[in-house]
Design a protein around this ligand. Structure first.
Ligand code: CP
Length: 314
């Protein structure tokens, strides 16, 4: 594969190559080897049409730690506000010589369109497209699970809770975790499960509480009010009562079970501050791991290793 558009595009071997390479990247960082010469002379463009804190900053840090030149493009303040299309923006980036374009867009399918059209020659990395996918978030989540749970995710039980309907993180996690052999359960109100979810490689339930004691991982999703119409929006109090991760629910979890959230969080809605800041929580680790995982993705895509299946370290 030349591009990373969907977590479902990764074979088990490719996913494991990314996760193992990320571990090597993290080990180098811990040995104070902050900068590698690997992508010297290459240009990575961060093309962000939607707001981001974690993803944009960590892709920038990852590219810089690999010695790439980085161009940060934000739609706000650009000629997009004058009506410039995705195609013309892409052709402009191509003229400047982008080797990789990391794209976040509010439209589901935007990354696929860039990859399919050939408007840019470089690798396209999906940094979140609408309510569709966020594959590097799923990779950093899987990396964090492996680190905390001690390796292989096969047979592990991952409970993803909340606003699945609007979550690109949920879809990418389900696809990747299924590839890695984990069992995924989605617990959500009926109005916040997407049409067609029964085709996804996971179980679904409306009833969170019976699932908690069986889970190795509980991942709370952000309630995405900005994508909801009034008809879909449950009251925050009712939502928290049925689906919020609070101390009482955390107390039911097995020893060693972890609590995750992709961020940004609505503290007090899908997760209480007490649980978000507890020893079970991996939320800060997920952010730190995101840099190593995105270093691995850029290194492997631009080195051609995911295209050919060969390992550039060999
Ligand atoms: N998890 C995530 O995508 O966060 P940002 O929107 O801050 O990038």
């Amino acid at each position: 594969m030349r591009h990373l558009v969907s977590a479902g595009d990764l074979s088990r071997d490719q996913a494991l190559l990314v996760l193992d390479t990320a571990r090597e990247m993290a080990a180098l960082q811990q040995r104070e080897i902050k900068k590698l010469p690997t992508l010297r002379g290459r240009t990575v463009v961060n093309l962000f049409y939607e707001d981001s804190t974690r993803t944009r900053i960590s892709f920038e840090a990852a590219a810089k730690r690999l010695s790439a030149d980085v161009i940060n493009f934000s739609a706000k303040g650009s000629s997009v506000s004058k009506g410039e299309s995705l195609k013309d923006t892409a052709l402009t980036l191509q003229a400047m010589g982008a080797d990789a374009v990391v794209v976040r867009h509010s439209a589901s399918g935007a990354a696929h369109r860039l990859a399919a059209t050939g408007w840019v020659d470089g690798a396209i990395v999906n940094a979140g497209d609408g309510t569709h996918e966020h594959p590097t978030q799923a990779l950093l989540d899987a990396y964090t699970m492996r680190e905390r749970l001690g390796g292989d995710l096969a047979g592990r039980r991952v409970l993803i809770v909340g606003d699945v309907l609007h979550s690109r993180v949920a879809r990418s996690n389900v696809l990747l975790l299924a590839t890695l052999g984990a069992q995924v359960v989605l617990a959500a109100p009926p109005t916040l499960l997407p049409v067609g979810v029964e085709q996804w490689p996971c179980e679904t339930t409306y009833d969170l509480d019976p699932q908690l004691a069986k889970a190795d991982v509980v991942m709370a999703l952000r309630v995405q009010r900005e994508r909801m119409t009034e008809a879909f929006f449950p009251s925050a109090r009712e939502y928290s009562r049925r689906y919020g991760l609070d101390a009482a629910r955390a107390a039911v979890l097995q020893d060693g079970a972890i609590v995750m959230h992709p961020g940004p969080m609505n503290r007090g809605v899908e997760i209480t501050a007490e649980v978000a800041d507890s020893a079970r929580s991996t939320i800060v680790e997920q952010v730190a791991n995101g840099v190593s995982v995105r270093m691995a993705v850029l290194y492997l895509l631009l080195g051609g290793a995911l295209q050919t299946g060969s390992d550039p370290r060999a």
